[in-house]
Design a protein around this ligand. Structure first.
Ligand code: GUN
Length: 291
């Protein structure tokens, strides 16, 4: 069994990005600049956004953090988005989700200029991914594809179960895995799937992205399978300084001995997500998606 070291691969990817930024700056051009909008004080969102800003600094990007209280109106938020759309110094920006209930995430995402949508959440980018066109790909699925590629994991003709159909992970994952050149045969499973265990047992690759801690158990996985764990449920813990611990969607101790490759939580998919966001921002700076 090989443990997929997402932390290490993310460090390599971030170093590659930092090297490119150094070249861009040395040639007299502007360093990439990522902005993030954070609404309210959700603990998870605070942690993720702080990590994104810190990652920007580490690779030489500029960064801007725009904060709103959770009483902000939808119109105020949309105004801020329009400002970032028009600001030539900003290469890309994200609005950290979830948003307070009185704000429509759909309206907010639609207001982002697809050319600056480095999260890849805008329907134009989602549609371009489906059509096999250059697009900003959602960071988590992009990070997973990068892990498969860098570990040289064979995908051609392999059967793959993706568990979970979220717009951010499961659905785009199913599209990327079935793309020409990747060539998996994908089954997209969800809460209404009847024979999930049988489907998983027949799968060469399983991507668990449903957000239920330790859902995938040893009896659901065939010998030699590749298992990618996207779960990041925060559970309270008295063993960590923060008082929280991340739990994956895979019962690691049972599943790992059966696998050819598996991602741990933490240190698997998670670190790749931020590296992928930086990569999208670099692509935006170089006008490589929208020419
Ligand atoms: N909330 C959880 N994950 C993400 C993400 O990748 N991007 C944004 N904008 N919000 C999130």
């Amino acid at each position: 069994m090989t443990l997929i070291n997402g932390k290490e691969i993310a460090t390599v990817l971030k170093q590659e990005i930092a090297d490119e930024v150094a070249q861009i700056v040395a040639s007299g051009k502007k360093a990439p600049h990522l902005a993030a909008i954070l609404v309210g004080h959700d603990g998870g969102s605070e942690t993720y956004v702080a990590a994104k800003v810190k990652a920007c600094e580490m690779v030489g990007f500029g960064s801007t953090l725009i904060r709103f209280e959770d009483t902000v109106t939808q119109e105020e938020l949309l105004q801020s988005i329009r400002g970032l759309n028009e600001d030539p110094s900003i290469d890309g920006f994200i609005v950290q989700l979830p948003l307070p209930k009185h704000i429509s995430e759909e309206k907010v995402i639609e207001a982002i200029d697809p050319k600056k949508d480095v999260d890849g959440f805008h329907p134009v980018n989602v549609g371009r991914v489906v059509a096999g066109m250059p697009a900003f790909v959602s960071a988590t699925p992009f990070g997973i594809m990068e892990l498969l590629r860098r570990y040289k994991i064979e995908t051609k003709g392999k059967s793959c179960a993706v568990i979970g159909r979220s717009n951010i992970v499961g659905r785009p994952m199913s599209i990327l895995l079935s793309q020409k050149g990747v060539d998996c045969t994908v089954t997209l499973c969800h809460s209404r799937t009847k024979n999930l265990k049988e489907i998983c047992l027949q799968s060469d690759i399983i991507v668990a992205a449903l957000g239920m801690p330790e859902f995938l158990t040893g009896d659901m996985v065939k010998e030699g399978a590749v298992v990618i764990d996207v779960g990041t449920t925060r559970v309270t813990s008295d063993q960590t300084k923060s008082g929280f611990k991340l739990k994956g969607d895979v019962k690691f101790d049972e599943v790992a001995p059966k696998c050819s490759y598996i991602t741990p939580v933490p240190g698997g998919v998670g670190p790749m997500t931020i590296a992928s966001l930086l990569y999208n921002t670099l692509l935006s700076n170089k006008h490589q998606i929208y020419k």
